[in-house]
Design a binder for this molecule. Structure first.
Ligand SMILES: Nc1ncnc2c1ncn2[C@@H]1O[C@H](COP(=O)(O)OP(=O)(O)O)[C@@H](O)[C@H]1O
Ligand SMILES: [Mg+2]
Length: 374
């Protein structure tokens, strides 16, 4: 039995989720011990989002935040260890995803968060930079979570779609039918990114998300707009494919609201329908021609938006369950995945999934930073 910590701060830039995970000698023997979420303050979030765009990022800011994020991650690790009553010497390694500020499939990817700062502050080995090795082998460098999804959700008799609802949506097909699908995992498009962008715009930055989809539920979906938005070239692109803030970020949101005049509630309903309809469309195009799906297992912050889940169920005609019901809290899922990926790295297991990323072979994911011995 070993203890690992996974740290995830995703494209929503809402904060960092830290999960303490116990992993057996069989890497699929995974159980969550404790998790904490450390939210970024509004100014922190705004600064991080500014790093993602050419017109708002300065080289100086990128340099500064590379270290600043590592300090924020260290606070999350310290808080987690304290909450769990576990000493740092008991931790084999921390898996730190870092904050993606740019992801350019085929060209490069950059996650901020300096590993030497984190390793030396908390006194634990850090595995980081989980995407570069896959890219070096010709892959997209994303998604990297399918290894975890298959381990945790793929053991049973059913074929299911594990759908993450972070800033971006990603799906992994798990179970017996997965073998028949040419691209076993890919990014489905925006999940919360467009919704969050609209909420911030309408609340002048005071709110960052539509709690439980309440505002969207009170609006009416403008179907002609959804149909038009589904024409976006990303949705037509064949997997392997991955996307991010570069494609569905603030510029996309701005161009969307400039299209037609709708009330705020109707815009939120329409953006939420876009997420659900794009997921249904992507399954129809790239998964369902090859295998049936018995159900959809959702995780990530968007799994707390019951309006979004209702629409996904409506449009796909498939039962939707949250990963909570399978013992993996929706908030902890991605952080747990990076604990498992850190374990894979330390054990020499190549956790890249070529059928998801398009890499020539399964990559050994992550770089290792040890702390300075005392
Ligand atoms: N109670 C909630 N109701 C609706 N949406 C929520 C709720 N809680 C979180 N979210 C959404 O989930 C997002 C964070 O999800 P997360 O899985 O952390 O994504 P990421 O990996 O991109 O950071 C938030 O930005 C928000 O859009
Ligand atoms: Mg997050």
């Amino acid at each position: 039995m070993e203890l690992y910590i996974g740290l995830m701060s995703g494209t929503s830039a809402d904060g960092v989720d830290a999960a303490l995970v116990q992993i057996g000698s069989d890497i699929s023997d995974v159980s969550l011990v404790k998790m904490v979420s450390h939210s970024f303050s509004l100014p922190e979030r705004q600064s991080i989002l500014r790093l993602c765009h050419n017109d708002t990022a300065t080289v100086e800011d990128i340099c500064r935040w590379h270290f600043r994020l590592a300090h924020l991650y260290a606070l999350a690790v310290e808080e987690l260890l304290q909450a769990a009553g576990v000493g740092r010497e008991q931790i084999t390694a921390v898996g730190m995803h870092g904050q993606t500020i740019q992801h350019l499939p085929g060209e490069g990817t950059l996650q901020l968060g300096n590993a030497a700062v984190l390793a030396n502050r908390v006194g634990v080995t850090v595995v980081h930079d989980f995407r570069s090795a896959d890219m070096a082998l010709g892959g997209q460098g994303a998604p990297v979570v399918p290894f975890f999804d298959q381990l945790l959700f793929g053991g049973g008799p059913e074929t299911a779609a594990v759908q993450n609802l972070g800033g971006i949506g990603n799906v992994t097909v798990v179970g017996p039918g997965a073998k028949a699908v040419p691209a076993v995992a890919f990014d489905t498009g925006p999940a919360n990114m467009v919704i969050d962008g609209l909420v911030q715009r309408f609340s002048s930055g005071q709110r960052t998300f539509d709690d439980d989809g309440r505002m969207a539920r009170s609006g009416t979906v403008a179907w002609d707009v959804v149909k038009m938005l589904l024409q976006h070239e990303y949705f037509a692109q064949e997997p392997p494919k991955s996307t991010g803030r570069e494609v569905f970020g603030s510029a996309y949101g701005e161009s969307m609201v400039a299209m037609v005049a709708l009330s705020e509630a109707d815009w939120l309903a329409t953006a939420t329908a876009l997420t659900a309809a794009s997921i249904a469309q992507q399954y129809r195009r790239f998964i369902l021609p090859y295998t049936d799906l018995q159900r959809i297992i959702v995780g990530g912050g968007g799994a707390k938006n019951t309006f979004l889940l209702d629409l996904i169920q409506d449009y796909t005609k498939l039962p939707v369950v949250t990963s909570d019901s399978l013992g993996v809290p929706v908030d902890a899922k991605e952080a747990m995945a990076f604990a498992v990926l850190a374990a894979a790295n330390r054990r020499g297991i190549c956790a890249g999934v070529p059928m998801a990323t398009g890499a020539a072979r399964a990559a050994l994911l992550g770089s290792v930073q040890h702390p300075t011995p005392v």
